[in-house]
Design a protein around this ligand. Structure first.
Ligand SMILES: Nc1ncnc2c1ncn2[C@@H]1O[C@H](COP(=O)(O)OP(=O)(O)OP(=O)(O)O)[C@@H](O)[C@H]1O
Ligand SMILES: [Mg+2]
Length: 449
């Protein structure tokens, strides 16, 4: 193991890094130190440490930025971040950037020793399994869910995947539209690639050349020709994400491509045929854009021969526990944590919530909780406040009848809304989706001061 035990300490405070270096050397490690991120990156090239211990707060380059840079250079180097006590968000951020773990100041040396050993172990296992890991990482996420509504989506995917008719996928942000696209392409049997283009993310003036490509000399600056996405997706699938943001003039060109199955790169003298399956997605209500004339009706019909509506998570709450457990497994393995799942209370809190950000939001909460958890079951205390606030009060009983119980619950929810909005009535009313007038009435009714 001794060859595996090279450690780099990065800290802008000399006394701190020297003290740590001395302790670790006494433990038999080969140690080098650096006073900032840039120096650390320099040393890494020659010294090739197995573990880097870095302070978070440093001038020029933060610990988090350093970890990103290290991981880019060599993902096998494990990093441990030192943060000030209580700076949990920083620790979470560093873990997301790829840190193995974090330790708070003042450093408990015993604890640090254990972390270093564990990080080195993880590194060895990773090195041994690297080939296996590479294979695994190419297996993309599967669509998880047992609800009738997600099963319906999957059955449509199965039935239409093999055809080449256009598919329109609708659904709120974070519902899994992109996963549906992946599934459609994978089960299509089409030999070409799945090419994605997001109409909202690309500057309008570049969209056309991205989609159709151009010939050399088509315009000033076109020094060589460029292959467009339609051609890159040849014999495969082209995914037009955020189709609602496609500018009007391009909508006409798109319509023509769909009708004729021919494309003409900018500056080309002739069209050529293409064999591409088109899938479009949107999280906005296209009906509205159609009625205001911002989106072409005829294009809409061309694109939505088959429509798949991915339901929001709050309409398939039975999927929440399955998804949460699955994400928990995934992140526990990613962050090397021994976590088995959630406490009953945590699962209840997860299930009660409505998720405006859908599965993406749920996934983020689970990731955060896995990072922060120190026990084998994730506790409700690790859930963000949004989730904790809506748990119905267990003390509410129906001994005095349903009406009294409902009133008690209402009182609790109002109290909660006020507390979480800093007692600002306008905001509390918004949160409760009632008018301020009704809120005032209820405050008086329940004797709030
Ligand atoms: N059924 C599911 N099973 C497992 N993971 C899911 C599922 N649905 C969504 N996810 C995960 O949730 C996240 C968001 O999904 P995705 O990017 O597909 O959403 P989207 O509908 O395309 O959102 P947007 O409209 O914001 O682009 C991804 O990390 C995805 O892997
Ligand atoms: Mg998407």
């Amino acid at each position: 193991m001794i060859t595996e035990s090279k450690i780099l300490i990065v800290d802008d405070e000399k006394t701190q890094r020297d003290a740590l270096a001395q302790l670790l050397e006494m433990d038999g490690y080969a140690v080098k130190t650096a006073s900032n991120g840039a120096a650390a990156l320099n040393i890494i090239d020659r010294f090739m440490p197995s573990v880097v211990i870095t302070d978070f707060k440093m001038p020029n380059m933060s610990g988090s930025q350093l970890i990103s840079a290290i991981k880019k250079k060599n993902p096998l180097i494990e990093a441990i971040v030192v943060t000030a006590y209580g700076n949990i968000d920083i620790a979470v951020d560093a873990m997301k950037k790829g840190a193995y773990d974090f330790i708070t100041k003042p450093i408990d040396f015993e604890h640090l020793s254990i972390l270093i050993k564990k990080a080195s172990e993880k590194r060895m296992i990773t090195i041994e399994n690297i080939q296996l890991k590479q294979q695994l990482s190419s297996v993309s996420h599967k669509i998880i869910g047992e609800s009738d509504s997600i099963k319906k989506v999957l059955s449509v995917v199965k039935r239409v995947a093999g055809t080449d008719v256009p598919v329109m996928i609708t659904g709120e942000s974070g519902t899994g539209k992109e996963l549906v696209v992946d599934a459609l392409h994978k089960s299509s049997g089409r030999k070409g690639n799945l090419i994605k283009i997001n109409a909202a993310a690309i500057p309008i003036d570049l969209l056309e050349s991205e989609l159709f490509g151009y010939e050399k000399g088509a315009f000033t600056g076109a020094e060589s020709s460029k292959v467009g996405k339609f051609d890159l997706a040849s014999k495969g699938t082209l995914f037009l994400d955020e189709i609602g943001d496609m500018p009007y003039n391009l909508q006409s060109k798109l319509l023509r491509v769909l009708q004729e199955k021919m494309v003409m790169p900018i500056g080309a003298s002739s069209e050529h045929p293409i064999d591409v399956r088109i899938i479009a997605a949107t999280n906005q209500n296209l009906d509205k854009r159609i009625s205001t004339g911002a989106f072409r009706n005829d294009l809409y019909y061309r694109l939505s021969v088959i429509k798949i509506d991915v339901p929001p998570l709050r309409e398939r709450k039975e999927d929440i526990p399955i998804l949460a457990e699955e994400f928990c497994k995934e992140f526990a393995s990613r962050y090397n944590k021994n976590i088995k799942g959630f406490t009953q209370e945590a699962l209840q809190a997860l299930t009660n919530y409505d998720y405006p950000g859908n599965i993406r939001e749920l996934r983020n909460y689970v990731e955060r909780a896995v990072i922060l958890s120190h026990s084998s079951l994730i506790d409700v205390s690790l859930m963000p406040s949004e989730l904790k606030n809506i748990q119905p009060d267990a003390s509410i009983s129906i001994d005095n009848g349903l009406e009294a119980a409902v009133e008690a619950l209402e009182r609790d929810l109002i109290k909660n809304a006020l507390e979480t909005t800093g007692m600002v009535q306008t905001r509390a009313a918004q949160k409760l989706k009632i008018s301020e007038r009704v809120l005032r009435y209820k405050l008086a009714k329940y004797g709030f001061k």
